[in-house]
Design a protein around this ligand. Structure first.
Ligand code: PXP
Length: 246
């Protein structure tokens, strides 16, 4: 089967740093370690409230990384200007509500087609691969193709939540939706990524979906690094992805 890339999200290294307000631990240092451990790319989400990644982190990542940066951002004018200044390899448009703890649901592309088409046009012209973070609803996938996105990232949060709660039939139904969504997106010429909430237990079935070309994983890897170290956590995730793909 084709190669499945692993993007490592380093947001929560910044969360830890910000807990003390200083410069340690440094997200760029974690990102370089992640690259050395087998990450194919680094993902960072500059939230409007700057609760983890800061503007200076994005500059440091753009200057210091050897692998592509996947810049996650909300569809706001401020974020668009920042992305156009840095021109990262990829821009992933995510929904953002200030009160949420993390990115809780997918973007409503179908309900905002005209605005999002206009919003991503300059990013596409600047050479960024634009990705829409959506659920597996066919309407959202078709709308993402319609506005000219290159990539869809399918939200795996519900699948992971059902697994954690022991709702296995709901988990399987969600996995089926992800599989069908991946087939549809691929047939429309979209590159398929997936992510949110993945861990050692849940990664295999998603990694086994042939149309999925990249996984973006953050919180679990940073958490697991407390116990086994970031390099070994990434290496084990990579091993499980490869085993599922074989
Ligand atoms: N993909 C997207 C688009 C996200 O917004 C996030 C969370 O920032 C992730 C992947 C990674 O999710 P997690 O940190 O739960 O692995």
């Amino acid at each position: 089967m084709n190669y499945l890339r692993l993007g490592v999200n380093i947001d929560h290294v910044a969360t830890l740093r910000n807990a003390r307000g200083g410069a340690y631990p440094d997200p760029l240092r974690a990102a370089l370690l992640a690259e050395a451990a087998g990450a194919d790319g680094i993902t960072a989400h500059l939230r409007e409230d700057r609760r983890h990644i800061r503007d200076t982190d994005i500059t440091a990542l753009m200057n210091g990384l050897t692998r592509p940066l996947n810049f996650e951002m909300a569809a706001t004018a401020e974020m668009q200007a920042i992305a156009l200044r840095h021109r990262p390899h990829a821009v992933c448009i995510v929904p953002e509500r200030r009160e949420e703890r993390t990115t809780e649901g997918g973007l409503d592309v179908a309900g905002d087609i005209a605005r999002l088409a206009d919003f991503i046009a300059p990013l596409r012209e600047a050479g960024c691969r634009v990705s829409m973070f959506i659920g597996h609803d066919p309407r959202q996938i078709e709308a993402s193709a319609e506005i000219g996105a290159a990539v869809v990232e399918l939200h795996t949060g519900a699948y992971c939540d059902f697994h954690a709660e022991g709702h296995f039939s709901a988990r399987e139904a969600e996995l089926d939706g992800l599989r069908q969504g991946a087939v549809l997106a691929d047939s429309l010429g979209l590159e398929v990524h997936a992510g949110h909430g993945l861990n050692f237990e849940t990664v295999g079935p998603v990694a086994a979906i042939p149309e999925v070309r990249e996984l973006n994983i953050g919180h679990f890897l940073i958490g697991e690094s407390v116990f086994i170290g970031l390099g070994p956590a990434i290496a084990e995730m990579r091993r499980r992805m490869d085993a599922a793909r074989a």
